[in-house]
Design a protein. Structure first.
Length: 418
């Protein structure tokens, strides 16, 4: 019996399983975006520079490079449902590590906890993305993927409000030296929200564990190695697409990471930390709304043209925010979220066009390119330290310029073929 038939049977008999997998997209979106609200807290507590505090994103997104291939091997060995359980338990372990990190009060402890969380999220990404696509009939796969991506964006929209209340609410964000007593008290306050998240993840893992024997599509038996994927970089569409994924994730994460501190700047809004974190939710909310609008537009306009238009808009908004002050600076940086909405899935699908049997290898390579979220934010933080937060926005702006070029190249390639 082939995977499609098994999947269709699973869909017919247990739609609750689809709902649970969709909820996973919400869960890892929620957890990922919490790093953005964690950054201003850690910066204040440990008196870090912007480059130093961006090591939080480095530790997190480095996990995509380190764990993508091992996660694929794990998936091939134990199957979708058990891999999801492994990912959730690993994520929960990362959240639990926040407790000893807070107790000791060492910044490196938080980085280690984030790295473990990233391992779990990578396993979920590798397992849940193909699982939701093939869980059920092929006729409804697009609607399931759209629903799952929307819930992921919902998680990134809701997460900042949770972070504002439990991570930044009542936080001591005053400038100047932080005493050991204040650092200890504030660090211990981080234990509660992450213990809550760990508990929720373990409950979800338990639910999937009980579901592990239910009908589900079979996993591919071929294990994709790094060397095999790397050889595909010579193909222009995929190689330049991987660069675009690298730069896009780096730009998106850089803006989300710095936005809370940026909105707190006297030249922008002078917003309290918790209020700035809530505004950050609008940035991610724009991405959620944009995905629904984008699904309509992409059905009628060439994807390369849409990508170029959105990347150009993001470039102009980032530059406008860097060159202005007050509400205009705040509005333009938040509006970048709307422009971001279609970029990742559009780049991903454009890069894989024409790969045929090499599509799984190309997909693995693109997933590893997400490591841009580790590199570009550190560069952006270094520019912020050397100049200002406003000037540092020119780094993601430059990333968007290349993405606009990639969209234009796609239009040119297709015109040449036709």
């Amino acid at each position: 019996m082939n995977a499609e038939v098994i999947g269709a049977r699973a869909d017919a008999r247990n739609p609750a399983l689809i709902g649970l997998v969709v909820f996973l997209f919400f869960a890892w979106g929620f957890c990922t975006v919490l790093i953005d609200t964690l950054i201003p807290k850690l910066k204040s507590l440990f008196e870090l520079s912007y480059a130093e505090v961006m090591l939080t994103q480095f530790a997190f997104f480095l996990g995509y490079l380190v764990f993508s291939i091992p996660a694929g091997m794990l998936l091939a060995r134990i199957g979708y449902l058990r891999a999801i359980v492994a990912g959730l338990v690993t994520m929960a372990a990362g959240c639990l590590l926040f407790s000893p990190a807070a107790a000791v009060g060492v910044y490196e402890g938080f980085l280690a906890a984030l790295f473990v969380m990233a391992a779990g999220i990578t396993i979920l990404q590798v397992a849940a993305n193909p699982f939701i696509a093939i869980l059920g009939s092929t006729q409804t796969s697009h609607s399931r993927l759209t629903l799952a991506q929307a819930f992921n964006s919902l998680g990134t929209t809701v997460g900042p409000f949770f972070g504002a209340a439990l991570i930044l609410g009542g936080a001591s964000m005053a400038a100047g030296p932080v005493t050991d007593d204040v650092r200890s008290a504030e660090a211990h306050a981080l234990q509660i929200p992450f213990l809550m998240i760990a508990g929720a993840l373990l409950v979800l893992a338990l639910i999937f564990w009980f579901k592990r024997r239910e009908a589900a599509p079979a996993t591919a038996q071929e294990v994709i190695g790094f060397a095999a994927a790397l050889r595909l970089l010579g193909q222009s569409r995929l190689g330049l697409g991987a660069l675009s994924i690298f730069l896009y994730v780096g730009a998106e994460v850089s803006i989300g990471s710095l936005m809370t501190n940026y909105l707190m700047e006297p030249s922008v809004l002078s917003a309290p930390a918790a209020d700035a974190a809530r505004i950050l939710g609008l940035y991610w909310g724009g991405a959620m709304v944009g995905r629904f609008i984008g699904s309509y537009v992409l059905a009628r306009v060439a994807p390369g043209r849409v990508l170029t238009g959105c990347a150009t808009g993001a470039t102009l908004l980032a530059v406008a925010s860097a060159l202005t002050t007050g509400e205009i600076a705040a509005f333009t940086i938040v509006a970048i979220g709307l422009m971001n909405s279609i970029m990742f899935p559009t780049i991903f699908t454009l890069a894989l066009e024409g790969l045929g049997k090499d599509t799984p290898k190309g997909s693995g390579l693109l997933c590893m390119a997400i490591v841009g979220g580790a590199i570009v934010p550190v560069i952006t933080g270094g520019v912020a330290d050397a100049t200002s937060l406003a000037t540092s926005l020119l780094v993601p702006a430059a990333c968007y310029v290349w993405i606009a070029i990639y969209g234009a190249l796609d239009v040119r390639w297709k015109r040449t073929v036709s």
